[in-house]
Design a protein around this ligand. Structure first.
Ligand SMILES: [Zn+2]
Length: 266
């Protein structure tokens, strides 16, 4: 059964992972720009990373029959120096014009700081000016609820952003309701032992339904699992959920959201 993993950092994964994902049914991935595990020393470091996302990874993915699309931005963790961040933001339009780039992401907040908020607002404006989709990273643990509220307020404040063109990722039980109620899409990130487990994600689907919800592995260089979407599919099957529901959460929903870009194909 084909599925889409709409948020995974394949630059951090091996070719064997692409192979295993393809065997499990993955037909498409989308890869947001994120923190590499260290701070880049220059905007040129980001330029090279964006080239990797838009030119190198699509080729690695295609070798396994997987479609690859990217998102570009400066992540919140490296947005503490606004001068530096603005130099990176100036690089974005060149990449946003590429046919395999879906939008601006993953932008958001990490520690809910003033500098992070300023750079978040500026990148929301870039998405609005270029009429692109937005993929949002929400903070972890004790910062998540407040950070999610601050992000939703910032999106609203811009005045040009249509909620149905924004995916708020890393939602959990205490944030999914406010995201869906305000008309945004919600992403559940499946992690082996932090964030949302496959079991908790299925609980959330059972409580909130299948509208504007997707799941992703967000696999990266840390402890994470590029096969967590198929593992969540197994959990849904074990609980007796229908093929229609599974298809909706893991294929039809991400396809519907991403297709709003006019650039997504699978
Ligand atoms: Zn991510």
């Amino acid at each position: 059964m084909p599925y889409i993993d709409p948020h995974i950092h394949m630059v951090s994964r091996t070719t064997d992972d692409y192979q295993r994902m393809a065997l499990a049914g993955c037909v498409a991935v989308t890869e947001p720009a994120f923190w590499a595990g260290y701070d880049r020393s220059s905007p040129q470091g980001f330029y090279d990373y964006f080239v990797q996302l838009t030119e190198v990874e699509p080729k690695r993915a295609a070798a396994h029959g997987i479609a690859h699309h990217a998102w570009v931005c400066i992540n919140p963790k490296e947005a503490e120096d606004p001068g530096f961040a603005r130099e990176v933001i100036q690089l974005l339009p060149e990449f946003l014009d590429k046919p395999n780039v879906l939008g601006v992401g993953e932008i958001g907040l990490n520690k809910n700081s003033k500098n992070e908020m300023a750079i978040l607002e500026e990148q929301i404006a870039v998405a609005a000016e270029h009429d692109r989709l937005i993929l949002v990273h929400t903070p972890h643990l004790e910062d998540k609820l407040k950070g999610t509220q601050l992000i939703l307020d910032a999106l609203k404040r811009d005045g040009r952003i249509r909620p149905e063109r924004v995916l708020i990722d890393h939602v959990e039980e205490h944030t999914v309701g406010m995201v869906l109620d305000q008309g945004y899409w919600a992403g559940m990130t499946l992690y082996p032992d932090s964030k949302c487990t496959p079991q908790r994600a299925v609980d959330i689907v059972e409580c909130y339904g299948d509208e504007r919800l997707w799941i992703n592995s967000a696999g990266d260089w840390g402890h994470s699992d590029p096969l967590s979407v198929p593992k969540c599919i197994a959990e849904m099957k074990a609980r007796g959920h229908t093929q229609k529901l599974i298809d909706r959460i893991t294929f039809a929903n991400p396809k519907a959201f991403l297709s709003q870009s006019g650039r997504f194909s699978v």
